[in-house]
Design a protein around this ligand. Structure first.
Ligand code: MG
Length: 389
């Protein structure tokens, strides 16, 4: 969307942006927000999302969501919601595409293992890692480090932040200290992320046989109602036909998006915000209605207990934990096993290892584990060294 299209007065826009850390000349063919979107899509971290787990590890099948396709789905939902609320669609899209950049390999298992291994060294948090990726690790430009994104983009990428880190982050950490809100675009992407993953993870889990229509219907009544409605309106279709649960999931997702838009529009109007500064000073304004929020929380609870902690997911988790712990220990004992870039960084060893592992895809971490296992106990062969994840 161009800046000339209709934007609410409280939307993020170029003329109220807090700008970039390094001054750059303007371009004529795109808005500054579109420019940020391009920088994310062209980043190495974005390409790696195709080999990072959403729920099912990459080698389980070609049809499951990965972090890349999940991010694209969230971007599409975010643009729709932003459009309906007259917010900045380009910023919403960029934040959605960037929201999972900081994830370690193996999804939440990677996050938990790295955080535990780094307990004495500052911990690991994927939102903060996402900010480090765009501010430091991605370095395609000659004149500055990082992608030099707009403040509003960086603000949205740092969804959560512990106080101990916020103090070291300057302007971007301020809102966690002052307890203010981010832009409405950042707020909506958080909700669209949750809408995206709850519905698509359910579809993947039904397809993979981790749960059944009857089990979901029992735990999430709205799904049951929508499934029965779809079945009744298509009596010739077998109840085992996946199109029926896909229709129910699609309808449930549409209801979630519609509820988010209507309740958020109401919240915004009632709050009386006129500018982005009013938004920052206000409580968060994007959200579901109380009734839909109750359904959403119940749906998430079901997903946690029956899908994410399903024994078929948990059984691979143990192996993934072992792989990451083995890699961390091996690099700690012999830092030269890491790629050259990580070896040369001016940071404490554990942080270099953590950043190095966090940058791996599931695929690379698995290959690296095999390589390290072969090398274990053997003198290292320089020809087997890797340049980096
Ligand atoms: Mg996500």
């Amino acid at each position: 969307m161009s800046e000339t299209e209709k934007l609410a007065s409280y939307a993020a826009r170029e003329n109220n942006s807090k700008g970039r850390r390094h001054q750059e000349g303007k371009v004529n063919d795109r808005t500054e927000f579109q420019r940020d979107c391009t920088r994310i899509i062209h980043s190495q971290a974005f390409r790696k999302l195709q080999y990072k787990t959403q729920v099912f590890p990459n080698d389980e099948g070609d049809l499951f969501r990965t972090r890349l396709t999940h991010s694209m789905e969230v971007a599409q939902i975010s643009r729709s919601v932003a459009r309906e609320l007259y917010l900045n669609q380009d910023l919403a899209e960029t934040l959605a595409l960037a929201h999972d950049l900081g994830h370690a390999p193996f999804g939440h298992t990677g996050q938990d293992v790295l955080d535990a291994l780094m307990a004495e060294h500052g911990g690991f948090e994927h939102n903060l890692q996402g900010l480090k990726i765009v501010d430091e690790f991605e370095s395609p430009y000659l004149d500055f480090k990082g992608l030099n994104l707009l403040f509003e983009t960086r603000e949205g990428i740092l969804k959560h932040c512990q106080m101990k880190h916020a103090k070291d982050l300057g302007d971007i950490g301020e809102r966690f200290i002052k307890k203010t809100s981010p832009s409405l675009e950042a707020q909506l992407v958080n909700w669209c992320d949750a809408i995206g993953y709850t519905h698509s993870d359910l579809e993947d889990c039904l397809k993979h046989g981790l749960t059944t229509v009857a089990e979901v219907s029992g735990a999430v009544p709205l799904f049951g109602e929508l499934f029965e409605r779809a079945a009744k309106s298509h009596p010739s279709v077998s109840r085992d036909d996946p199109r029926l649960y896909q229709k129910a999931i699609g309808d449930m997702m549409k209801m979630a998006i519609a509820d988010l838009i209507s309740q958020s529009a109401k919240n915004i109007e009632e709050s009386g915000v006129k500018t982005i500064e009013d938004v920052r000073a206000s409580k968060e304004l994007i959200g579901f209605s109380p009734d839909f929020l109750a359904h959403h929380r119940n749906f998430k609870k079901f997903s946690r207990s029956h899908l994410y902690n399903h024994e078929r997911i948990s059984s691979v988790r143990e192996k993934q934990e072992e792989m990451l712990k083995t890699l961390f220990k091996a690099y700690e004992e012999n830092p030269s096993l890491m790629g050259r870039t990580a070896q040369g960084e001016d940071k404490p060893l554990q942080r270099r290892i953590c950043d190095y592992i966090a940058g791996m895809t599931d695929r690379y971490a698995t290959q690296e584990y095999k390589r390290i296992s072969v090398l274990c106990g053997e003198p290292e062969s320089p020809s087997r060294k890797r340049s980096g994840p």
